[in-house]
Design a protein around this ligand. Sequence first.
Ligand code: 1PR
Length: 528
Amino acid sequence: MITLLDNGAGNIRSVKNAIKKLGCEVKTVEHPQEIVDADRLVFPGVGNFGQVMFTMHQRGYIEPLLRRISEDRPLLGICVAFQALFTASEESLGVDGLGIIPGTIKRFDNTVLSVPHMGWNGLMLQKHAPVLNNYHGQKVYFVHSYYAEFTENNRDWVLTTTDYGGRFISSIQRGNLTAFQFHPEKSGKTGLSLIQNFISNDKVRQTIEISSQPEKTALAKRVVACLDVRADDAGNLVVTKGDQYDVREEGTVRDLGNPVEMAKDYYDQGIDEITFLNITGFRDFPMKDQPMLEILKKTSENVFVPLTIGGGIREFTDTNGKHYSALDVAAEYFRSGADKISIGSDAVKTVEDYLARGDRGDGTSAIEQISRAYGAQAVVISVDPRRVYLHSVEETSHAVIKTDRRGPDGQEYCWFQCTIKGGREGRDIDVIQLVTVCEKLGAGEILLNCIDRDGSNSGFDLELINHVAKHVSIPIIASSGAGKAEHFNQVFTQTGVEAALAAGIFHRHEVRVHEVHASMVQDGIITR
Ligand code: 1PR
């Protein structure tokens, strides 16, 4: 029996599922005394530092947790729970941490790095511990904007370090206290085996030759599979795939398979991340869209890599007049196993309102609310741009590029118009206005689709991607147009994106995930 300390925010379903997958029962702490008494306690801190500490104080959890640590009873902290062990954090100035480990948690410098640090990175062992048995240098999944600095004062605590910009502490261990900055429950089979080590509490340690480690760890470029989901004409949710967003063939919705089974297959193939897009979410009432929640719940039982869900994340009022905030909708998805939510149409509306107000947010948008509650890393903006060709720059006030792919009438210039409702409606907003404002409002990542390339197999729109990459410091997932493994090499070597996504080639079994990874390795691109 493993006991879980739930601070009430975000996706802890994945941690529960990972523990269950390893054959253990899970119960959640309901009374502070259970924190002291539990045989094994897992604390997956979710949210921001201040909130985690606040909830812990409010529920009377601090004193029992400190007691458990002083009695050296088995405890595994994950992510913010790892950070909470330190003295304080720049994320929440004035809030004390648990003060077990000396040091202040700092923010990554987004003037030189893409922040959050999101994706698969390595671990450099600084000492040996049984929790690392069977660990042989595989990468694990990180997502965080703040890090613990490796100093002389905390050296004794440090189990592993990781490099991103500088070197930071990626895990600590002393006695029965272990804590990871990364997410073992999102780190595939490697992560599960680390959790297994904690659970089995083996005292024998397998020694790995520390001196044979590489000098630095590096963040891998991520390969993402996207499953566009919608109801077919019989009302069943299926994975579909369009050409320039048209998913019908001879009038019928293309049915490429079952979302849960396909996600599991991609996980088994070694995919780095999975995105589900409910492509008709703009029509449906999302809270009633139970099948989509079911898909997520079932997928998270067997898939231990990050899951993003998009489509219909917005506030709405149902037919009974009951109002749901975007935060209510997102919370339902996080509880069902999502790590990130993706916002499409509503982000465009938010930016239109922001610009109409004279470049000001009012704190009420879905982006702002969800980012405040769950952190920037949980908010992805899905952009659906389309090229608008021009003969000269003067024809528009929008951000224009000179293009090597001329328009139908030989036009040399274009701007990228944002659309809503799955490309059905173009708006007077360009892609640069959209991404820059969304970043300011608290978005943590851009999913950059391209309607012109979608389903075309002709490669990613590198001009669009480079245009956008110049204007944001948050990670970008390039999307639309992948037709062969080499297109991933192209997008990773010719743009600065952190991730690239494909749908059609994976769904039609034209390219397997390992072929993409192998092709990347050949060009020296770092993979998971
Ligand atoms: O607007 O917040 O409700 O979200 C709806 C979401 O659904 C948006 O993220 C939007 O991108 C997506 N969407 C809406 N309609 C479609 C459609 O295809 N008719 N799909 C759609 C978007 C684009 C990619 C696709 C890549 C890769 N799909 O996700 O998977 O283009 O495809 P490829 O590798 O086969 O070229 P909201």
